[in-house]
Design a protein around this ligand. Structure first.
Ligand code: FRU
Length: 497
C-alpha cells in the first residue's frame, strides 16, 4: 500500500531532482535525490541487481523523521534512482523508519527488516524512544509493511537491556539451515553496547538466540549498525559505537567504527572475539554495511559522514550526506583489508604516468590534477639517507588544499583538511599509523566532494568529505629529504557506455 506520507515523499523528491544540477553532486557516489541522508540500509542483491536504501529526510538538509531512500546498480558505480521505499506512516514507526537490512527470500521477494521508532512520554514526563523491529516485503520498488509488525519488541530482549536502544537489524539467510538470522544493536543492563542474535524460519516470526558480543564499556557505549559475516576463514563483526574513548591513534573519541574478529561456533552460536581494530581512519565514515555478491565478494559501503561533523554544512547545496565508494573486503593476517570495487577501473580514462620522479621541494606533474580521479602514488627513498617526510596536496587552489603527509620514522600519516575551504571549526584532521617504512603506496580516489585513501594493499583506509570549490583541482608533492615517486593517474568518466 502506498500511504499518503510515502506518496508525498515520492512526489517531493521527484519534483526536486531536476532542480539540482548533476555537476553539483558527486559523479559516482550515492546521494539522496534531495535533502539529508545517513546510514546505508538494505544493501543487498535482488534479482541480479544490487539495491541500496538509506536513511533519508528529503524535506531538509537535516536529520528528521526517517524514510528509506532507494537506488540500485549493476556495478556499484552507476546508480539508478528509485522512488522512496519506506515512510514513517504506521503507529509503530510514526517517529521514524530507522536503519535495517534486506535479503531476497527463497520465493523471490525482497524482504526488508528495519527499526520502527515511536516516542512515548515516560512517568517522569520525558520523551523517550521505543524501538522495535519491523518487516516490509516488496518487489524491488514497492514495499508493504507486514500485518505481523512489530516482529520484535522490548519483550524479546535480555532482562534489563534497553528498550529505547534496540535497533539496526542486519539479516541474512542461511540456505543450508533454511533459516534467517539477524544481528541487532542493543544496550545491556550496564548501559554499554551489545549485539543480539535472532533467528527465524519464515523471516516474520523471530526468536532471540544469544548475546553475540558485548562491549562492557570498553569500546564506546551503544553499538549501532552491527554486521556479521565470515570472510577468508575468519568471522567478522562490524559495529559503529557511540561515545568511543580515544585509544592511541587507533580509535578517536566520539562515533567510531570497529571491526571485531574471531571464531564463530555456528552450532552453539558462540562468537569468540580475538582482536579488533578501526575500519577507517579518516574523518567521515560511519555505519558500514556489507553484502555478498554472487561471485563471492564481500562488498562494504558506509555513510561518508560522521555525526560530529554533519551539522556543519556548506551553503546553497540542496543535498547533504553521501555514501562511500563500495569497497571489496578481504582478511589477511587478522586484519580487514579494503580496496575500491574493481568495477571502478572500467571508468578510468586519460592515463597519465610519471616514473622515478625525484621529489624534494614543491613538485607538480604534467596532467596530474583533477577532482574526479583514481590515482596511485608510490614512494621510496631516492638515496641511502632516506627521507623524513612526504606530503601530498590535493584539491589545491586559491589557498585551499587538503594534505596527506607521511613520516616513515614514526609510520604516521596525517590527513588534514583544515585549509579545504570549510568554514567551520570542526575536527579537520586525523593521524593514524600506516607503518610502511620508507616504501609507501597510496591510492587516492576523489569525487568532487570527497577523498578516499587506501594504503598499501588496502590495509588502512581513510575517508574525508571536502567542500573545496571545484576549480581548485591542483595536486602537488613535496618531501623533506629526497623521495623517488611513481604516479599513475586516471580521470574517471561516466558518460561512456
Ligand atoms: C546510526 C544511526 C542508527 C539509526 C539511524 C537513525 O547512524 O543512529 O543507529 O538507526 O542512525 O537515522
Amino acid at each position: 500500500m502506498i500511504s499518503n506520507k510515502l506518496q508525498q515523499a515520492r512526489g517531493f523528491e521527484e519534483n526536486w531532482l531536476s532542480r539540482i544540477p548533476e555537476t553539483d553532486r558527486p559523479a559516482f557516489h550515492v546521494t539522496g535525490s534531495v535533502g539529508w541522508i545517513n546510514d546505508p540500509n538494505g544493501f543487498s542483491c535482488y534479482n541480479g541487481e544490487y539495491h541500496l536504501f538509506f536513511q533519508y529526510h528529503p524535506y531538509s538538509n537535516d536529520w528528521g523523521p526517517m524514510h528509506w531512500g532507494h537506488v540500485k546498480t549493476r556495478d556499484f558505480i552507476r546508480w539508478e534512482r528509485l522512488p522512496v521505499a519506506l515512510a514513517p506512516d504506521m503507529e509503530y514507526d510514526k517517529d521514524g523508519c530507522f536503519s535495517g537490512s534486506a535479503v531476497q527470500t527463497p520465493d523471490g521477494k525482497h524482504l526488508l527488516m528495519y527499526t520502527g521508532v515511536r516516542s512515548v512520554i515516560t512517568e517522569r514526563g520525558e520523551k523517550e524512544d521505543r524501538q522495535i523491529q519491523c518487516i516490509a516485503m516488496g518487489d524491488g520498488i514497492n514495499y508493504d509493511k507486514v500485518a505481523e509488525n512489530p516482529v520484535l519488541t522490548g519483550a524479546d530482549i535480555p532482562e534489563g537491556s534497553s528498550v529505547k536502544d534496540f535497533r539496526d537489524p542486519k539479516l541474512w539467510y542461511d540456505p543450508a539451515e533454511k533459516v534467517y538470522y539477524s544481528v541487532i544493536g542493543n544496550r545491556s543492563a550496564d548501559g554499554s553496547g551489545a549485539v543480539l542474535l535472532y533467528r527465524s524460519e519464515d523471516g516474520i516470526h523471530w526468536q532471540f538466540v544469544t548475546v553475540l558480543d558485548e562491549c562492557r564499556n570498553e569500546y564506546g557505549r551503544m553499538w549501532e549498525c552491527p554486521d556479521f559475516f565470515s570472510l577468508d576463514g575468519e568471522h567478522v563483526l562490524l559495529v559503529s559505537p557511540q561515545e568511543m574513548k580515544q585509544i592511541g591513534l587507533e580509535f578517536h573519541v566520539g562515533n567510531g567504527t570497529v571491526c571485531l574478529m574471531g571464531d564463530y561456533d555456528k552450532k552453539n552460536h558462540r562468537f569468540e572475539r580475538k582482536r579488533l581494530h578501526a575500519i577507517d581512519y579518516g574523518l567521515d565514515f560511519y555505519a558500514p554495511q556489507t553484502l555478498e555478491t554472487p561471485d563471492g565478494r564481500r562488498i562494504m559501503i558506509a555513510w561518508m559522514q560522521n555525526w560530529a561533523t554533519c551539522h556543519s554544512q556548506p551553503d546553497k547545496i540542496r543535498w547533504f550526506g553521501e555514501m562511500t565508494l563500495p569497497r571489496e573486503l578481504s582478511v589477511r593476517n587478522g586484519r580487514l583489508y579494503q580496496v575500491p570495487v574493481r568495477e571502478l577501473e572500467n571508468y578510468r580514462t586519460n592515463p597519465v604516468v610519471h616514473k622515478d620522479v625525484v621529489v624534494s621541494s614543491d613538485t607538480t606533474l604534467e596532467g596530474v590534477r583533477g577532482r574526479v580521479l583514481d590515482m596511485n602514488v608510490k614512494i621510496r627513498p631516492a638515496d641511502e639517507k632516506g627521507y623524513r617526510k612526504f606530503k601530498m596536496y590535493l584539491a589545491k587552489g586559491d589557498g585551499n588544499f587538503t594534505s596527506v603527509s607521511y613520516r616513515p620514522a614514526s609510520g604516521k600519516v596525517r590527513m588534514d583538511r583544515t585549509f579545504s575551504g570549510f568554514g567551520y571549526d570542526i575536527v579537520n584532521n586525523r593521524s593514524f599509523l600506516v607503518d610502511a617504512g620508507q616504501e609507501l603506496t597510496v591510492r587516492v580516489v576523489m569525487d568532487r566532494f570527497s577523498i578516499e585513501l587506501f594504503f598499501g594493499d588496502g590495509k588502512q583506509a581513510a575517508t574525508a568529505v571536502i567542500y573545496t570549490p571545484q576549480h581548485c583541482d591542483g595536486i602537488s608533492f613535496e618531501a623533506e629529504g629526497n623521495v623517488l615517486m611513481d604516479v599513475e593517474k586516471y580521470d574517471l568518466r561516466f558518460d561512456k557506455e
